[in-house]
Structure formats: structure tokens, C-alpha cells
Design a protein around this ligand. Structure first.
Ligand code: NDP
Length: 280
């Protein structure tokens, strides 16, 4: 599996496995299945309520812990210095691990919901920097941070986030934010790379898929990795889990890339970090 080097020197697989809504037995089985098909990056979060299942799936896979890159996330209701430290311990316990490869602030505190949003994010970040120095987390990053949230964080941060995990798929790929992250040496990771299936009916994607004898899902995923963005598609079907990692025997040409780049807005979740938890 191709890997991407983060700004702290750690390496993360380019293709990983998402686990949102994979709970209990489904979570165990899908993680086991993903690892058996070659995935070495597993993405979970405290709010998914599946860290225990993910931990069990990883153990059941028989693959050594060190060969698997595990991401989990701090939920936005638990931001703050003390709380971040407590939450990390809880995640470690649920996953039954000694360390996390990547810990993310799941959503920033924002101006709409908090008077002192900059301080809340900064305090959480300081706790994460300390946890990283202690070796409990290898890499630290953020998720759903707009430029304004990153700029505020830079005011006090000693460590630049290694990753910003954001919504990124055909029809909504946050081009300016992505360019800004790259400029700051922050790797972009795509959530909902398949737009949860909402772009599958698109005729252009269907045509391109036919031409390459691939599925529309594979075209979406290939388009993202050709932007050097990490993907973590989720599936509970062993067949689709396998399909989503077989992306390296074809390539989209520049015309195809550009066609997809220019899609009008579609498949957007409606979740905006500057107003969340409200939706537009
Ligand atoms: P995805 O874009 O990965 O889409 C998942 C959906 O697509 C499921 O319904 C799945 O169904 C279906 N699917 C998967 N593969 C195929 C395929 N090859 N053909 C047809 N249908 C397919 O959505 P997610 O929202 O789950 O995003 C991926 C991951 O990103 C999450 O699981 C989570 O880990 C992370 N995430 C992070 C967020 C954040 O705020 N940081 C927000 C949202 C997600 P089936 O299971 O039946 O195959």
C-alpha cells in the first residue's frame, strides 16, 4: 500500500477504511474483512460508539498492531484541556491499545456556538501536544477545520496539525481549503469519499467508469487519490470493501480529472464547521 509522509515524519497509508455506522458485530466483521483485504488504516471516532468493536476486529485480524495505522477522534462536546486527556484515555481503553497512531479534533469549537472558541480549540490542542510528547499518540491532527480555525490554532500551537480530515468527493472538494492545507504542509484526508452514494447516478462518472471497466465508486476514489488526498471509504460488504482498495491498475487522464473537478456542487452533507451542529 502506497503511504504518505506526514509533517512529523510518520507515514500513513493512502487508502484506509472508514467505520462510521459499523457497530458491534458489524464493526468487528467489517474491520476484520478490511484488514484481510489489505487495508492497514482504520478510521474510527469516540462518537461512532464502535471503538470496542474496531479494537476487537483489529485483534481478530491476526495482523500485528504496529502494522496497522489507527485513527480516532475527540468529540466536539469534550473539547478542553483536561477533558481531552480524559477522552484519550477512554478511547485507548475501548480500543484496548497503548497508543493511537492519529488523534483528531473531530469538529472545531466555532464562533456560532462558543464565545471563546479559539481558546477551547487551543486548550485541546495543547493537551494533544502533551499526549504526543508522552508517546500516547504518534500524530495529531484536526478534522473539519476551516482556514479560520487553523489560523486561530496557529497562534498558540507548537505542533502543526499533521492532517485535516474534511468532506471531499466529486461535487464537493473544498478546493481552496485543500490548497491552503497543502501550503501549510497539512495532509488532507477525505471523509465521505463516495458522498455516501449520492453521486453514483452521475452520467459523466458512469461514462468514465465504463471506459475503464471500473465501478463509479472506484472512479470517485481514484480521482481523490490522484489529488494526493487520503481516502477512508466505508462499507459493510466484503465485495465492496475489496473493490474500494483496488485502485492501482488504472489512471484517470487529465481531461477526466478536469471533468470531475468541474462538477457543480452535489452530494454535500450540509454540515459546515462554522455553524455545525446547525445544518444549511
Ligand atoms: P462513504 O462516502 O464512504 O460512503 C459509504 C456508503 O457507500 C455506505 O452506504 C456504503 O454502503 C456505500 N458503499 C461503499 N462502497 C461502495 C461501493 N463500492 N459501491 C457502492 N456503494 C458503496 O461515507 P462515510 O460517511 O461512511 O465516510 C467514510 C468514512 O469517513 C466514515 O466511515 C468515517 O470513518 C469518516 N467520516 C468522518 C467524518 C468527520 O467528520 N471527520 C464525517 C463522516 C465520515 P455498504 O456499507 O452497504 O457497502
Amino acid at each position: 500500500m502506497k503511504k504518505v509522509t506526514l509533517n512529523d515524519g510518520n507515514k500513513i497509508p493512502l487508502v484506509g477504511f472508514g467505520t462510521y455506522k459499523c457497530k458491534e458485530q458489524d464493526g468487528i466483521e467489517s474491520v476484520k474483512s478490511a484488514i484481510s483485504k489489505g487495508y492497514r488504516l482504520i478510521d474510527t471516532a469516540a462518537i461512532y460508539e464502535n471503538e470496542e468493536a474496531v479494537g476487537k476486529g483489529i485483534k481478530a485480524s491476526g495482523i500485528l498492531r504496529d502494522e496497522i495505522f489507527i485513527t480516532t477522534k475527540l468529540w466536539r462536546e469534550n473539547l478542553g484541556y483536561e477533558s481531552t486527556k480524559k477522552e484519550l484515555e477512554k478511547s485507548l481503553k475501548r480500543l484496548d491499545l497503548d497508543y493511537i497512531d492519529l488523534y483528531l479534533i473531530h469538529w472545531p469549537a466555532n464562533a456560532k456556538n462558543y464565545d471563546n472558541w479559539q481558546k477551547i480549540n487551543a486548550d485541546s490542542w495543547r493537551a494533544m501536544e502533551e499526549l504526543q510528547a508522552e508517546g500516547k499518540i504518534k500524530s495529531i491532527g484536526v478534522s473539519n477545520f476551516f482556514k479560520e480555525h487553523l489560523e486561530a490554532l496557529f497562534e498558540t500551537a507548537n505542533v502543526i496539525p499533521a492532517i485535516n480530515q474534511i468532506e471531499f468527493h466529486p461535487g464537493y472538494w473544498q478546493q481552496e481549503l485543500t490548497a491552503y492545507c497543502k501550503l501549510k504542509n497539512i495532509v488532507v484526508e477525505s471523509w465521505s469519499p463516495l458522498a455516501r452514494g449520492k453521486v453514483f447516478g452521475n452520467e459523466v462518472l458512469t461514462e468514465i467508469a465504463k471506459k475503464h471497466r471500473k465501478s463509479v465508486a472506484q472512479v470517485c476514489l481514484r480521482w481523490i487519490i490522484q489529488h494526493n488526498v487520503i481516502i477512508i471509504p466505508k462499507s459493510t460488504s466484503p465485495k465492496r470493501i475489496e473493490e474500494n482498495i483496488h485502485l492501482f491498475d488504472f489512471e484517470l487522464n487529465p481531461t477526466e480529472m478536469e471533468l470531475i473537478n468541474r462538477f457543480p456542487k452535489m452530494g454535500f452533507s450540509g454540515e459546515l464547521p462554522n455553524i455545525w451542529p446547525d445544518k444549511i
